[in-house]
Structure formats: C-alpha cells, structure tokens
Design a protein around this ligand. Structure first.
Ligand code: HEC
Ligand code: HEC
Ligand code: HEC
Length: 425
C-alpha cells in the first residue's frame, strides 16, 4: 500500500473525534443473558438466516468448534481473526443483548462502542431487517457456549487505528435496511434483499479501491483481497452475468454447484457448500430471478477478434497443444467439450476466457472440487498440476485453452503463473 499521504490532513480534529466517540452511548447489559430455547420458531428461522449469511463459514476455524471463531482472514491490511460468537460469557457474546447485536450487524459497532473492521461484512448485513437480525441473535443465543479465546488481529500500521476506521466509515459505509422497490415483484425484491444483504455477494463480486472499500459498480467483478481469486462480474455477459440463463439453471448452479455448462470452484464452491445449498426453493428462485434481471443481454456486442501479436500467439498455441493432449484431454475432451455435469467444458467457457486469468491458472496449479451438495453428492475433481508440469508449460496450456476452439483471451506468461502461487484458499 503506497498512498499513506492520503491522510496528511489527520491533525487536531482527530482528538475531537476520539472525544466524541467516547461519549457514544453504550448499550451495555452487564449481566449474562439466559440461554435462548433452540426450538422456538424464531431461533429456527435464525438458524436458516445464519446459513444464508454464512456466519459459520468465517466464525469457525478449520477443524474448530462451530461459531467459536479463530479463523484467520488475510487481507492487504493485516490478518484478522474472527471472534467467538457463541454465548459464552467471558469469550463469546454471552453478555450481549439484542440491541448490542443489532449495533454490530447493522452499524458495525462492537459492544464497547468501538468500530468493527469491514472484513466482517456489516457493510452488506446493514441491509438485514431488525426482525431477521433478532432471529439470528436468538439462534446464536441458543447454541452451547464454548469457552475459546482467540488471538488478537495482526493489523499492519497505520490501519490499526480507530480514527482511520471512522474516516473509512464516513466515506464508504452507508447504513440502512433494504427498501423494497415498489415497481418490482415480491420475488425480485426478496432476491435483491438476499443478494445485497445476508448473501453478501458484494463482499467478493464488487471491485474494491485501495482502501478495501467496495466501489459503486455493485457486482461488477473484483479481486478477492488477500487471495489470487477473481470473483467475476454478475452483470457482464463476458463474465458471469446471467441475463441469458433460465431461472432454473441459475438456481441449479447456485444450489448444486454444477450445471452442464458451468461449475463453481474455490471460494465460490465454499459458499455453495456452506450456505447457498441450504436456501429454500423459494428463496433460491427469488435470488435467481434477481440475478437474471441484473445480467445484461449480450446484445450487439461482438467479441473482440484481434490479437496483438499473432506470431507469439501461434508459438504459444503450438507449445500448449501437446501439453493439453497429454494432461487434460482425457477429461475435458478433444475439442474442450467436457462431459456434461462431470467435467466442465473449456470451449466457450467464460471462466476460461474472461480478462482475468487468475482463476484458470489456479485451477491448473491446485486442481479443485466442485462443492459437495445434496444435489451433487459425489463431485468429480480435478488433480493439481503444480508438481507435474512446469510453470512455462502451465502458461502454454492456459494460453492454449484461452485461444482455441473459438475461445479468445490474452496470453498468459510463466511469471503470471508464478505470481498466482501461494494464498491457497
Ligand atoms: C467474511 C467473514 C465474516 C462473515 C461472513 C461474518 N463475520 Fe462476523 N466477524 C468477522 C470478523 C473478522 C469480525 C471481527 C471484526 C473486528 O474485530 O473488527 C467479526 C465480528 C462479528 C461480531 C462482533 C463480535 C465481537 O466480539 O465484537 C459479531 C456479533 C458477528 N461478527 C456476527 C456475525 C454474524 C451474525 C454473521 C452472519 C450473518 C457474521 N458475523 C458473518 C468475520 C465475518
Ligand atoms: C468469498 C467470496 C465470494 C462470495 C461471498 C460470493 N462469491 Fe460468487 N464467486 C466467487 C469466486 C472466486 C468465483 C469464481 C470461481 C468460480 O467460477 O466458481 C465466483 C463465481 C460466481 C459465479 C459464476 C460461476 C460460474 O462458474 O459460472 C456466480 C454465478 C456467483 N459467483 C454468484 C454469487 C452469488 C449470487 C453470491 C452471493 C449469494 C456470491 N457469488 C458470493 C467468490 C464469491
Ligand atoms: C481427472 C480429470 C481432469 C483432468 C485430467 C483435468 N481436469 Fe480440469 N477440471 C476437472 C474438473 C472435475 C473440474 C471442476 C473443478 C472445480 O469445480 O473446482 C475442472 C476444472 C477446470 C477448469 C475450471 C473451469 C471453470 O469453469 O471454472 C479449468 C480451466 C481446467 N479444469 C483446465 C484444465 C487443464 C488445462 C488441464 C490439464 C493441464 C485439466 N483441466 C486437467 C477435471 C479434470
């Protein structure tokens, strides 16, 4: 991060703001709360909503106790550790009341009034209604308390500063519950509420600026901070826009992780496995209706058909073809046609040709599995190639699949392959 000069104006006003924030009312309830009954209708609805928000995904470390936190989230601003949100009095949210929880989810404020870091996607959860928030709280309160204290965040200077966080919020955070659009159907509004709110799709699919704030072009595609994954645009027909898909097919991809034409991988496979597959049929349909409406139609737009350096292209293609035939063809087919529902096609696959080649490189380096879901219980996997073929061969084969069978994408260099290593999700 280079532009620390942006904060030159941080001066005397800092003190004033700190003083002001010290006066914020603290809605503290000192006594511990009695545990909530898990069988109430409210707690059960909360369990469902917590799935839709994938709270467990971040608040559980690999092999750890659900909701007890401890998962490390790497970002360019440092390493954040998710807190324990089980109702333990000392290490969790045992002493929290409904209002404290609302302050966290809706305003991004901790129980002591401090500002929370937006790695916790309250920037999206702020759209959630009070009623839904209370239900999630009732569910969390009904869990067995787990005593587990987690290590502190390791935030790089200067970001470990409540004042910067205050400025950040002033610029980039707008609190507010979702307001239905009267000109649209209830189903569309429900889908919008889920996508923009609990589903926090923007947390990954919206471009971020150097301050880690998501930009105004919602769902237009973005690099996921701290990883080399690119979450494609959910609007553009060149990426993952679904304007031309049927509602059923969108729902199938998001609830089972695969369709005949597409497959989810990496962080998206995780979201499908941990969260989206549990959505009710009605909610999944609503989400699909909304996503379909977001996707622009392909229209007149002709794919760009020029390549700047034809000689280099033909050289790369000649080098990549034998690598493909030796290592990839048995699954993805002679003409990149794949096997429906088992091996994704590479011909005409937008994930392969989109501008960012990160995901394709990562698929080849690390392999991967579509998510295990009720609708696809035994997915076929792709083996990792990082120890089988060298970086330059990976560059050739990726360039090859991006530029054959009618596909068109930029060439990929061995340096780009190397840069994609590390940060395994
Ligand atoms: C992308 C990861 C991520 C997701 C998803 C997520 N959280 Fe968090 N959450 C965090 C992190 C990291 C923090 C710590 C923020 C800080 O300390 O500033 C946090 C903080 C919190 C806090 C404040 C706890 C405290 O001790 O101050 C609550 C409450 C909370 N999350 C609840 C939830 C709920 C409910 C959901 C689902 C609707 C959820 N979180 C989803 C990462 C996440
Ligand atoms: C943790 C980050 C993350 C979140 C949260 C997330 N996505 Fe994704 N998504 C990705 C990544 C990375 C990819 C690219 C990998 C792939 O194609 O599966 C992706 C791909 C997709 C695709 C294209 C799949 C394909 O292969 O054509 C769709 C559609 C999608 N996401 C929808 C959503 C929706 C809807 C939500 C919210 C409910 C969401 N995503 C939330 C990271 C995320
Ligand atoms: C054993 C069968 C198998 C072999 C061999 C194989 N793949 Fe795959 N490939 C798969 C499967 C299964 C997936 C879906 C994985 C996932 O969802 O993470 C996949 C996914 C991919 C994707 C991501 C597609 C998308 O829509 O996101 C790319 C790109 C890819 N493979 C390229 C290759 C290349 C290049 C090779 C050779 C170096 C290769 N594969 C070899 C089975 C295979």
């Amino acid at each position: 991060m280079k532009s620390s000069n942006k904060f030159k104006f941080v001066g005397k006003r800092q003190i004033a703001v700190f003083a002001a924030s010290a006066l914020l009312p603290l809605s503290s309830i000192a006594a511990s709360q009695p545990p909530a009954d898990p069988d109430t209708e409210q707690a059960q609805r909360g369990a469902y909503l917590a799935r839709a928000g994938n709270c467990m995904g971040c608040h559980t470390t690999r092999g750890g106790k659900p909701y007890a936190g401890g998962r490390v989230l790497k970002t360019p601003f440092g390493e954040f550790v998710s807190p324990n949100i089980t109702p333990d009095n000392e290490t969790g949210i045992g002493r929290w009341g409904e209002e404290d929880f609302w302050q966290a989810l809706h305003y991004g404020k901790g129980r002591d009034g401090s500002y929370l870091y937006p790695v916790f996607p309250y920037t999206e959860y702020t759209k959630v209604t009070r009623q839904d928030a209370d239900a999630i709280f009732a569910y969390l309160r009904s869990l067995s308390p787990i005593a587990q204290s987690n290590p502190p965040h390791k935030i790089s200077a200067p970001y470990d500063n409540q004042f910067l966080l205050f400025l950040w919020r002033t610029w980039y955070f707008k609190e507010g519950v979702y307001e239905p659009d009267g000109s649209q159907s209830d189903e569309w509004n429900r889908g919008n509420y889920l996508v923009q709110g609990l589903g926090h799709c923007n947390a990954c699919h919206t471009p971020r600026n150097v301050w880690g704030a998501s930009q105004d072009d919602k769902l237009a595609g973005g690099e996921i901070m701290g990883t080399y994954w690119y979450a494609p645009s959910l609007i553009s027909p060149r990426e993952a826009g679904m304007g031309e898909w049927s509602v059923d097919e969108i729902a199938k991809l998001l609830s089972t992780g695969v369709t005949d034409h597409a497959v989810t991988s990496g962080p998206m496979a995780t979201i499908v496995r941990q969260s989206l597959q549990y959505l009710s049929k009605e909610d999944m349909r609503a989400m699909a209706v909304y996503l379909q409406s977001l996707g622009e139609k392909r229209g007149e737009e002709a794919p760009k058909k020029t390549s700047p350096m034809p000689e280099r292209v033909s050289k790369y293609l000649a080098l990549g073809k034998p690598v493909y035939e030796k290592h990839c063809q048995e699954c993805h087919g002679k003409s990149g046609e794949g096997v429906p529902g088992i091996y994704p096609p590479l011909a005409g696959n937008r994930n392969v040709t989109m501008t960012s080649s990160h995901n394709t490189i990562r698929s080849v380096l690390y392999g991967g599995f579509p998510p295990v879901t009720a609708g696809n219980p035994r997915p076929y996997g792709m083996p990792p190639f990082q120890h089988i073929i060298r970086d330059n061969e990976i560059a050739w084969v990726v360039s090859y699949i991006r530029n054959t069978w009618g596909n068109l994408g930029s060439l990929v260099s061995p340096e780009e392959v190397d840069a994609s290593r590390g940060n395994e999700f």
